[in-house]
Structures are given as structure tokens and as C-alpha cells.
Design a protein around this ligand. Structure first.
Ligand code: AMP
Length: 187
């Protein structure tokens, strides 16, 4: 089963992704984590993306698409992909379709965790204290939220017309969201 968790930063995608990984024996594909890792290791990609990331901007589609490619074609991960934070632009969504087709896979469920701005700000501030993430200051939070809403609208339109698309109120408690996901996936 391949699943996309979609929603603004702070919506709880990471938490639900970890739950699904455990439950389905899946692999979390968190582009945020992959990109942060590149910065931490100070790779060539890391050097290219650090400014955009710290500024709350999206990283270039080509870079993200390239990083994702080898994960999708990894036979160990086939049909066990839990996407968290990808795709985030129409170009990325179209690219994902191409890669899945080429590797004989499809997306089984798209879960849109929808949350309002106030809930997101509150959650990210909490995470900032717990995880000490440098991109999480107040100004960046708002920038990330606005950028997300602006860029991801076409992604939402791309997926929302499909029968495997489910919108879930992401301001609910973690286990309430988990329960909804369980019901929809029926496993
Ligand atoms: P996240 O951990 O998902 O909140 O992502 C943290 C940051 O990584 C974002 O603010 C972007 O700068 C970058 N990022 C993560 N995923 C993507 C993506 N799919 N496309 C472009 N940039 C991304």
C-alpha cells in the first residue's frame, strides 16, 4: 500500500506517517527530513538548498524529484511508501505519477490533513521547543504556511477529484486522526 499524507506544515503528517510505517511495515518518505539530512552532511545538494530552506521557501523541484527517485525504485520499499511532505507542487505530483507508473505502482490513499492557521502556529511553536528546528521561528512559520497554501492548491485540485482522496480534520487529537485513517484504509 502506498499512501500520501498531504497538508500544511504542523498538520501532523509526520506523526501519522510514523504510525503507518509501524502498522504497515512501510517506509516514511519525508522530503523535509531527507533535505535536512543533506544540509547536516554538508553535501553539494545541502549547500544548494540551505538558504531556501532556512528562509521557509520550497526547495527546487528538480532536486527533490531526483532525491525521491531512488527511493521509489528501491525494491525493498515497493508498495510500502508513506509520503510525508511530498508532493508539494503540481510538478512534483506529476513527476510522482510518472515514477510510480514506471515502477509499476500506484497511490492507494491520499489523506489531506486540513488545519487552520492558528492550530499550525501553536503546534510548530511547540515542536520548535522540543526539536530545536532552526527554520521554525515565527516569521518562517507564517512564510511556510502561506507558501504552502499558495503552491499546493493545484496539488490539492490534482488529487481531490480522485476516489482515493480523503480529507480529515487535522485539528483533532492524534488518535482521532489515526482512527479515521484506520477506518479509511480498512486494515
Ligand atoms: P517539512 O519537514 O516537511 O516541514 O519540510 C521542511 C522544509 O523542507 C520546507 O519548508 C521546504 O523548505 C523543504 N521541503 C520539504 N519537502 C519539500 C518538497 N517536497 N518540495 C520542496 N521543498 C520541500
Amino acid at each position: 500500500m502506498n499512501i500520501i499524507l498531504f497538508g500544511p506544515p504542523g498538520a501532523g503528517k509526520g506523526t501519522q506517517a510514523k504510525y503507518l510505517v509501524k502498522k504497515l511495515g512501510g517506509f516514511q518518505i519525508s522530503t523535509g527530513e531527507i533535505l535536512r539530512n543533506e544540509i547536516q552532511k554538508d553535501t553539494d545538494i545541502g549547500k544548494k538548498i540551505i538558504i531556501d530552506m532556512n528562509d521557509g521557501k520550497f526547495v527546487n523541484d528538480e532536486i527533490v524529484n531526483e532525491l525521491i527517485k531512488k527511493l521509489i525504485f528501491d525494491p525493498k520499499k515497493k508498495n510500502r511508501l508513506i509520503f510525508d511532505g511530498y508532493p508539494r507542487s503540481l510538478h512534483q505530483a506529476e513527476n510522482l505519477d510518472l515514477l510510480l507508473n514506471a515502477s509499476n505502482q500506484k497511490i492507494d490513499f491520499v489523506f489531506y490533513l486540513n488545519v487552520n492557521k492558528e492550530t499550525i502556529i501553536r503546534r510548530i511553536q511547540k515542536r520548535k521547543i522540543e526539536e530545536k528546528r532552526s527554520d521554525d521561528d515565527q516569521k518562517t512559520i507564517l512564510k511556510r504556511y502561506e507558501k504552502y497554501m499558495e503552491t499546493t492548491k493545484p496539488v490539492l485540485d490534482f488529487y481531490s477529484k480522485n476516489s482515493n482522496f480523503y480529507e480529515i480534520d487535522g485539528s483533532q487529537e492524534i488518535n482521532q486522526i489515526t482512527r479515521k485513517i484506520d477506518i479509511f484504509t480498512n486494515v
